[in-house]
Design a protein around this ligand. Structure first.
Ligand SMILES: Nc1ncnc2c1ncn2[C@@H]1O[C@H](COP(=O)(O)OP(=O)(O)OP(=O)(O)O)[C@@H](O)[C@H]1O
Ligand SMILES: [Mg+2]
Length: 338
C-alpha cells in the first residue's frame, strides 16, 4: 500500500435526489442524497441507501434529512456529513483520509452564497482543491457534446428539485432558465392524488415507485405499462387497501407540472438568439436527469415544439459523467469555477 501519494481526485454530482461520485473514470458511489442523524447530537448514523431505508420510519433517536432542496444546499451541516460519509464509503479501504481534488456540479442559477455553501461543505468534507461547474455544462459534457464549438446546443436537465434549461456555445452558457418544478413535484402530485381520488395514504417512496412504474407525460402511449398495484391504509377507516393505478390516471394527475416544464422549454427557446436557435433546430434538444425517463415526455415535447428531443444515454448519470470529464481536463476548461 502506498502511504504517501494521498491526493485523490473525485468528481461529484451533488443532486437533490441522488449523489454520484466518480473516481478514476468510474462511478464509485451512486446513492440517494439523504443522511440519518442522531436527534440529540446530530452525529451521522447512516448515509445514502442505508439512510433511505430509515426514511419515514424514524423514531425518538433518529431523524433523516435530505440536505438539498430545489437543487441547493438547504442544511449545511447535513450536506457536509453526507459528502464526507459518501467519500468515506467510496474509499473505505484506504487508511488515511486523503486530501481531495474535487469537481462538483452546481445549478446554473446558483447565487454567490449558494456557490460558497457548496465550496465550504466540500472543503469541510476534505476537499483541498475544489472546482465547480454548472450542471447543464456538465450534462452536455457527459452526453459527449463538443461544448467549446461555435455551435448552439440546448440541454434540459429535469432532476429531483429543479429543471434547468440551458443553451451552451463556445464553452459557456449563453442563456439559462431554471424552474423549481421537477421529479419531486411529480411525486408530490401523485401522493396528493392518491389521497384525494382513492382515500389511500402513500408515503414519498411509494409515490415515487408509482411515478417510475406508470408515470406518463401522454394520455396515450404506444407501449403502455401494466397497472401498478398500490397498497396502503384507507385514510378514513385505516383498513388496508389495494388500488390498481393506470398510466392514464397518472398522466392526468401530473399534467399541470408537465405543462409547466413544457412552458419553460418554450420560454427558453424564445430567448435564444437566432443563430443558436437554428443550430438547436438542426441538432435537436437533449433531455437529461431522472425526469427525462418519464414515459412519452420526449415524444410530447417533440410533437409540441417541432424540434427533435433526444434522451441522453443514462440520463441519471449525464451530469456526473460530465463532472468526470471536467476532472480530467481541469487545466483546459476555462469554464470551471474556483
Ligand atoms: N424511471 C423514472 N421515471 C420517472 N422519474 C424518474 C425515473 N427514475 C428516476 N426518476 C426521478 O428523477 C429524479 C432524480 O433525478 P436526478 O438524479 O437527475 O436528480 P438530482 O440530480 O438528484 O436533482 P437536482 O438536479 O434537481 O438537484 C427523482 O425525482 C426520481 O424520482
Ligand atoms: Mg441533477
Amino acid at each position: 500500500m502506498r502511504l504517501f501519494s494521498l491526493t485523490k481526485e473525485i468528481a461529484i454530482d451533488l443532486g437533490t435526489a441522488n449523489t454520484i461520485i466518480i473516481h478514476n473514470g468510474k462511478i464509485v458511489i451512486d446513492e440517494p442524497s439523504i443522511v440519518a442523524l442522531d436527534r440529540r447530537t446530530d452525529k451521522l448514523i447512516a448515509v445514502g441507501k442505508e439512510a433511505q431505508q430509515m426514511q419515514g420510519k424514524e423514531n425518538d433517536h433518529i431523524r433523516t434529512v435530505r440536505p438539498l432542496r430545489k437543487g441547493v444546499i438547504a442544511d449545511f451541516n447535513a450536506a457536509e456529513l453526507m459528502i464526507r460519509g459518501l467519500v468515506k464509503k467510496a474509499s473505505s479501504r484506504s487508511w488515511f483520509s486523503p486530501s481531495l481534488r474535487m469537481v462538483v456540479g452546481i445549478p446554473s442559477g446558483s447565487t454567490e452564497v449558494e456557490i460558497r455553501a457548496v465550496r465550504d461543505s466540500s472543503e469541510h468534507a476534505g476537499g483541498r482543491d475544489v472546482y465547480m461547474l454548472y450542471e447543464p455544462m456538465a450534462a452536455a459534457l457527459g452526453i459527449g457534446l463538443d461544448v467549446e464549438a461555435a455551435e448552439g446546443n440546448m440541454i434540459v436537465d429535469i432532476g429531483g428539485g429543479t429543471t434547468e434549461i440551458a443553451v451552451i456555445s463556445l464553452g459557456g452558457i449563453v442563456s439559462n432558465k431554471s424552474i423549481q418544478i421537477a421529479g419531486d413535484d411529480l411525486t408530490d402530485d401523485i401522493q396528493a392524488h392518491m389521497r384525494r381520488a382513492h382515500n389511500v395514504r402513500v408515503g414519498e417512496r411509494t409515490a415515487e415507485l408509482i411515478k417510475i412504474n406508470v408515470g406518463s407525460a401522454l394520455t396515450e402511449l404506444e407501449n403502455p405499462p401494466a397497472d401498478f398495484v398500490v397498497h396502503g391504509p384507507n385514510q378514513m377507516t385505516a383498513l388496508p387497501m389495494e388500488v390498481p393505478v393506470s398510466y392514464q390516471e397518472i398522466s392526468h394527475c401530473i399534467e399541470k407540472s408537465i405543462s409547466k416544464i413544457e412552458a419553460a422549454v418554450l420560454g427558453a427557446l424564445e430567448q435564444t438568439p437566432p443563430e443558436l436557435y437554428a443550430d438547436i433546430v438542426r441538432n435537436g434538444i437533449w433531455l437529461a436527469g431522472g425526469g427525462a425517463l418519464i414515459r412519452g415526455l420526449d415524444k410530447r415535447l417533440t410533437d409540441k415544439i417541432g424540434i427533435q428531443f433526444h434522451i441522453a444515454e443514462d440520463p441519471l448519470l449525464a451530469v456526473a459523467k460530465g463532472t468526470g470529464v471536467a476532472l480530467k481536463n481541469i487545466q483546459n476548461f476555462s469554464f470551471l469555477i474556483r
